[in-house]
Write a protein that binds this ligand. Sequence first.
Ligand code: SIN
Length: 286
Amino acid sequence: MVYKLIDVDSSIGPVGAVVSGVDLSQPLSTECKEEIHRAWLENHVLFFHDQDLTPAQQADFAANFGALDVYPFMKAVDTHPNVIPIIKEADAKMNFGGDWHTDTSYQPLPPKATLLYALEVPETGGDTLFANATMAYESLSEAMRKTLEPLTGVFSPKMVHGSGGDYNSVAAKGNLGDAYGGSAEIAEQEVEHPIIRTHVETGRKSIYCSKPHTHRIKGWTRDESIPMFKFLTKHLTQEQYVTRFQWRKGSLAMWDNRCVFHNALNDYQGKRRHMHRVIVQGERPI
Ligand code: SIN
């Protein structure tokens, strides 16, 4: 792929590319936006370093790629309704996003993009792993792909945010900070999406179900479904599909939730990590 305005280095791993030559705090030309969008579709995750972004500048950059979305389970920062603080304090034990998932796939219209910006990161630890769910899907046997393709998943936030969910204990709420909230009704809702998703812009298929967000395969019991979710997660998180991203203060990652899984490593006990997160509205998965 040829880029005239940005540099795109995809040698970082099986998914993602480091983009340089652009200041995200400034308005971008149509050509520059088009190149970033093209690089994003091709690489699934883009990483930018050495950025200096206010919440409004991060949101403005995100808005180049679609309408901004609202995350239902956390309060935004005071200065912008679409920017969520993701903070793990030094004395907290649990982190946010510390399991393989794509963002809020339990919503009727899950966000297509997430843009995470690092304000404070530990000197070591706190990396995020990204897995290429398209490559992983395409490497399954034809028989397995044929088995999976017609299946519908019943997705729900209840395993994470519901009354018995991981984030709903007093301890987790304390660890995640006062900003944690969310409606009990939304936390128990169920929606149906295909477990293999077709990307509307590239036409490629990806694994889409995950143990934290997919309650069961439609028509199967949860006990019957879990081994399939475990198998698919084990398959897609093999080394050959995973890139490990080491954050610096001022890094921004922009990932495509339609074809990438991620997992925030929780290996920095006693250190503080502070990020700002913005999501961009997506379409109903097909
Ligand atoms: C997330 O899952 O959105 C957070 C990822 C991270 O903090 O690295």
